[in-house]
Design a protein around this ligand. Structure first.
Ligand SMILES: [Zn+2]
Length: 90
């Protein structure tokens, strides 16, 4: 992940970054963003663990809702292997 120059210029040593996510499943996007902030800007990070509405890993004490939800690769999913239909969430 590379920030555009305008973002790098906004994130000076006098700025704080707060990580907020709607849903965290693996945390990968937050990790990538945090690494980019640390390596490409001088901004300070307020929260190492993101604030989020729903942490599907169930491990973030700053989450509003903690509920374990397993994520599978399509070819390893036990529900797909059992022939269950995929429901679309609306
Ligand atoms: Zn499946």
């Amino acid at each position: 992940m590379t920030f555009r120059r305008c973002f790098r210029e906004m994130l000076t040593k006098n700025n704080w970054v707060i990580f907020v996510e709607d849903v965290v499943t693996t945390g990968e996007s937050v990790r990538k963003t945090k690494k980019a902030v640390k390596t490409q800007t001088e901004a300070k990070i307020l929260n190492e663990n993101p604030f989020c509405i729903w942490d599907r890993n169930g491990g973030n004490p700053q989450s509003i809702l903690q509920d374990k939800a397993n994520a599978y690769d399509p070819d390893e999913c036990p529900m797909c292997a059992a022939g269950e239909e995929i429901m679309e969430v609306k």
